[in-house]
Design a binder for this molecule. Sequence first.
Ligand code: FE2
Length: 301
Amino acid sequence: MTQAERLVPNPSVTDFAGFGLGLRPAHFHDVLHNSHPVDWFEVISENFFVAGGKPRYYLSQIRERYPVALHGVSLSIGTRDPLDLAYLGQLKALIDEVKPVIVSDHMCWTSGGGHNSHDLLPLPYTEEVVVHLIERINQVQDFLGRQIVLENVSAYVAFQQSELQEWEFLNAVANGSGCGLLLDVNNIYVNERNLGINASNFLNNIEGRHIQQIHVAGHSDYGSYVIDTHDAPIRPEVFELFRAAFERFGPINTMIERDDHIPEFAVLVDELNQLRSYAAPSLDAGDAGDAGQNREQLGGS
Ligand SMILES: [Fe+2]
């Protein structure tokens, strides 16, 4: 795949699909059998790697009715270990079956020396790591035959070796590889509280043309620090940050992540409607935002 081909976003994300939820097994029945205003669903890729069985059956049923995005947690794009071709083969098989609108993972490392930490570990923001990531992302995109989208992660410690701001690092990787960015506004907030980064500065400097998706989630606040738990309702400060991001970048497919203490489906639908109300002024104004304008320059609509 050439660099120019990679820069063309996934065809389906040039259109705004709307507001989605993470698909969780507890809600399979509600999703399929009850009417609701959820526009699309994101699934954790690895949970659907095994062919056959109930999860794949429900996923195929849901995919017939809604756009679906695949979100992985084990790509470990930043590790020094060789790419896991068996993993990529499973991901490619799932992509071929589901035909997702977005294929995403995280700008992090999860494994090293053959050991899997099962955590999304942050990387040092250095030029050397940027080069390493661009090379690895190119390999993954060539293997999968499509663009991947990578998410900014939450962190609790910062590397002394970092030379770049997080937004500079993300821009450099996206510009060099043609990958998209998944902007998690809760993670930006968590890093502001824990590491003292400036969230407004982040939003003002990240290049909107790379942003393919937005995540919003809840966290746990312990006063002097916060933890990215995804087990609670979205806090007002994160709603406000989402409002600022949506206003700046224009209509971008947005979803709520809830991974623990999962409530009734209707509770998440209510929260999604709350999220819509924060986006409404930008949608009513019909503002294409930075991301929309820049995607047009890249050949999208
Ligand atoms: Fe996220």
